[in-house]
Write a protein that binds this ligand. Sequence first.
Ligand code: ADP
Ligand code: MG
Length: 281
Amino acid sequence: MPARSKVPDAPAAAKATAPRPRARKPKPPKAAIIAVANQKGGVAKTTSVASLGAAFAELGKRVLLVDLDAQACLTFSLGVDPDAVEESIHHVLLGQADLDDVIVTCADGVDLVPSTIDLAGTEGALLGRPAREYVLQQVLAEVRDDYDVILLDCSPSLGVLTLNALTAATGVLIPMPCEMLSHRGVGQLLDTIADVKKFLNKRLIVLGVLPTLYDGRSSHARAVLADVGERYGLDVLEPPIPKTVRFAEAPGVGRSILATARTSKGAKAYRAVAQSLLPRL
Ligand SMILES: Nc1ncnc2c1ncn2[C@@H]1O[C@H](COP(=O)(O)OP(=O)(O)O)[C@@H](O)[C@H]1O
Ligand SMILES: [Mg+2]
């Protein structure tokens, strides 16, 4: 019989007091930060941020949306008049205001960091600063424990603000209308993302392309959709967001399409995309 089996069992009391690794309280996970980026305008970045934000809020998530475009379309579309905003993301990025003080709560159940036309001057002001690409990351670190998802609405450029967004982000989502799809444009954006991963944010994950303004009746749109995923090795998120006039109506009343047309195909598509993203955040 092996010697080991002759050793008597330790008394139960001794077992209970034996040293064990300290039990740590599980910390709630920090917010996932998703940059919604494409250097082309009119591809539904802002619409996707507003709609996915409302969809995540419906799923019980605490959501913060950040308007990073001087045109302030997201701010306006969530019912905030940019002209009436005194302190915005511009002031926060330049260290002239605290993030907590500029956040507003919107009717869609999401919080917003508003933008104003002041943001047009932010890039210039940041240019001379060291570590200028890390400013947003640092600013968001203050509130990451307070939210589950933070969505960044990028401007139509690959400038310093978009680099800040990609540096702060844990994932990037690329909205892309099938008809307007420019392969050169996708390549440029992917090159920038590759540079960001190499130099600024190694952990950045490309969540995929989100097909927008999708006309399912068009065989061209379907073919383009199949091609882009294969050509660039990108995930194509599903379902595609259908083109519908409902989207044009929503921003005028300061709510997303999820509130103004609850059961429309577009609202359902954004809900499905938000649901599919949840396990990847
Ligand atoms: N699925 C859609 N169907 C119809 N119109 C849409 C759809 N998504 C966005 N739009 C409209 O397209 C325009 C550009 O969208 P926007 O979200 O502002 O793009 P970006 O932020 O990329 O410039 C807006 O007028 C918006 O209402
Ligand atoms: Mg926009």
